[in-house]
Design a binder for this molecule. Structure first.
Ligand SMILES: Cc1cc2nc3c(=O)[nH]c(=O)nc-3n(C[C@H](O)[C@H](O)[C@H](O)COP(=O)(O)O)c2cc1C
Length: 152
């Protein structure tokens, strides 16, 4: 079982969220590879059984340009067996709060086995930890149930 977190971050908010989620997986004794999107080769995407994606939102509710190749890769392939989760940070000052998370969610819901979505306002705070734990818990539960589905 290969699990990855792929994230992007400019000012550090989404990086903190990705690190927190990564740490919570470790706490559950689940090995997860953590990558900034620039470090991740899309050639290896199909090797992963489960992927969590982390993104901030840019422009008017848009996906950051560096996440577009990843978005397009999921647009091209339908992989209903891969478990996914999408998380991100945004600023509710903007009309389309965490719009990039919504856009990934809509795509992953159709083309993958989307388990969970999480939006956090700017830098994660102590009160966000419970939601992050829930993200990890639901993600792991979905992996476990998908393993049962594919074990004949
Ligand atoms: C030019 C610009 C446009 C933004 N547009 C949005 C937006 O449409 N929706 C939103 O929720 N946040 C928006 N944000 C806020 C960022 O997504 C937010 O600050 C995020 O936490 C940054 O993540 P990072 O620290 O990981 O780079 C925008 C920020 C900037 C600078």
């Amino acid at each position: 079982m290969k699990i990855g977190i792929i994230y992007t971050s400019v000012s550090g908010n989404t990086k903190e969220l990705a690190l927190l989620i990564h740490m919570l997986f470790k706490k559950e004794n689940i090995a997860v590879h953590l990558y900034r999107v620039e470090e991740f080769s899309l050639n290896y995407l199909d090797e992963y059984d489960a992927i969590a994606i982390g993104t901030y939102t840019w422009g008017d509710g848009e996906i950051p340009f560096e996440m577009e190749p990843l978005y397009k890769a999921f647009e091209k392939r339908e992989r209903k067996t891969v478990v996914t989760g999408i998380f991100g940070t945004g600023d509710s000052f903007y009309p389309h709060y965490c719009g990039a998370v919504d856009r990934f969610r809509d795509l992953l819901k159709v083309n993958t086995n989307l388990a969970v979505t999480l939006k956090v306002e700017l830098l994660p705070q102590i009160q966000d930890i419970a939601q992050c734990e829930k993200f990890v818990d639901l993600f792991i539960k979905r992996i476990n149930s998908s393993l049962k589905d594919y074990c004949f």
